[in-house]
Design a protein. Structure first.
Length: 446
């Protein structure tokens, strides 16, 4: 009951927080009645389990750090939220002996055709790479199958979590679900040599996860790759036959990483020279406070009549949404900024604090409104707050988009030579990227 309530609340919160959530591979999630271990990378602390809990069809049970269960009340609460403690030597000294009992609990749990959600990296960190995989997933999976004579039909479903930035409001996320790994495939190896079976299954999980995330091994190239993504992904996306912006961006980012790594190894001077050019171009845009998309678009247009109608007709709703949502938004923002936390917890804290603050203040506002009217109007008022808040966010976003277009038009009229120069610079950069892409593809096919 408590799990489902929080799941529903976080569904509303996550929908409001992210600009877009794209889930690929839902068909790979085994139906209810089949035991399954979900294994995902871990870039954003509590954000990751929240995101998966609201976007996967199955009810999830999570392995979590045992040290957060010390308080009895908190421990009971986390138990109701389907969290299972795992004890690490560095965080829970003297407690690791409990893990055998926890593993046994997972075996029984899976034997009842339930789920276990595991982040096999062990710790979370916001970066585009996969940290070393722990053996826990394989040990639990093979241990469960062995307990039931390899008749469980247990599978491990790999999941790649790819955020544009999990700590920024209205960012994007791509949840990339892979084909299930059948644990029974490792039966013979495990029965012959349990340690080798665990190692081989762990390696398989690692390989499947690597396929589903963008991995930048060398941090030196992270900024350059981000710059190329800003400049070039829009063109590649137009050429792609894939549906869905998030899916396209993911695969295109993987290709960009491979190309940068190739030229870093085989022609570093060329890469350095290109980095100087693209850094100059983007620095100029930043100085002028305009976006690359405005330079990229050959014509300046927005649907003037429809936009004006939207602003005029929507203004009363915008005011209503602004008045009722500005206080909870600002309060949630203020509280989140005052909580000193590790970087990978930032987005999680924003979501958790936001949900609690909005829930509390929406309740207060509805109570006050109902006190001055009646209960029915108070309930209707409360129901209207969430959708009107979403509308208000869209209204503000549209305003800034139009303001940016107007600003660009003004810049073009005042400094047309500079804008034309930037357009030419951009075209030259894209032409070079096109040349290097063809060269890279040709070399890869040899």
């Amino acid at each position: 009951m408590l799990y489902n309530t929080f799941r529903w609340l976080f569904q509303l919160t996550v929908t409001a927080y992210f600009r877009s959530i794209y889930v690929q591979g839902k068909e790979y999630v085994p139906p209810k009645g089949k035991p399954v271990i979900f294994a995902a990378n871990h870039p954003s602390s509590f954000m990751d389990p929240i995101l998966l809990a609201v976007n996967l069809k199955r009810s999830l049970y999570f392995l979590a750090r045992g040290d957060i269960f010390k308080n009895k009340f908190v421990g009971r609460l986390f138990d109701k939220l389907h969290m299972i403690p795992v004890y690490k030597p560095d965080l829970s000294p003297g407690q690791t002996h409990k893990n055998e009992m926890i593993f046994e609990k997972c075996h029984v749990h899976l034997g009842q055709n339930s789920t276990v959600m595991i982040f096999p990296e062990g710790t979370s960190k916001t970066e585009r790479r996969l940290r070393p995989i722990k053996t826990g997933v394989a040990r639990i999976a093979l241990g469960a199958e062995a307990k039931y004579n390899f008749e469980l039909d247990l599978s491990i479903v790999p999941i790649g979590l790819n955020y544009s930035n999990p700590h920024n409001f209205k960012s994007d996320v791509f949840v990339n679900i892979g084909e299930p790994i059948q644990v029974s495939e490792y039966k013979d190896i495990y029965l012959k040599d349990p340690k080798e079976g665990v190692l081989q299954l762990t390696e398989r999980v690692k390989i499947e996860l690597e396929k589903r995330i963008v991995i930048i091994e060398d941090e030196r190239f992270e900024k350059l790759i981000q710059q190329i993504e800003i400049l070039y992904r829009s063109k590649l996306r137009d050429e792609s036959k894939l549906q869905g912006k998030a899916a396209q961006d993911f695969y295109l980012s993987q290709d960009i990483v491979k190309a940068v790594e190739y030229y870093a190894k085989n022609n570093p001077e060329l890469l350095k020279e290109f980095e100087k050019k693209i850094t100059y171009y983007l620095k100029e845009l930043k100085g002028l406070k305009i976006r690359d998309t405005q330079i990229r678009t050959s014509s300046i247009s927005f649907r003037f009549i429809w936009t004006m109608l939207y602003f005029i007709a929507g203004f009363p709703l915008f005011l209503y949404g602004l008045v009722t949502n500005v206080l909870p938004y600002k309060l949630a923002e203020f509280i989140s900024s005052k909580i000193l936390i590790r970087e990978d917890f930032v987005g999680s804290i924003k979501i958790a604090v936001g949900m609690l603050v909005f829930l509390l203040l929406y309740g207060v506002e509805a109570f006050v409104f109902g006190a001055f009217t009646n209960v029915l109007w108070g309930v209707l008022f409360c129901i209207s707050l969430y959708p009107i808040g979403l509308f208000t966010v869209d209204y503000i976003k549209t305003y800034y988009k139009v303001r940016g277009t107007v600003k660009y038009m003004k810049l073009f009229m005042q400094k047309s030579n500079l804008v034309i120069h930037l357009k030419t610079t951009r075209e030259e950069l894209v032409e070079e990227l096109e040349l290097r892409k063809k060269e890279f593809i040709a070399l890869r096919e040899v």
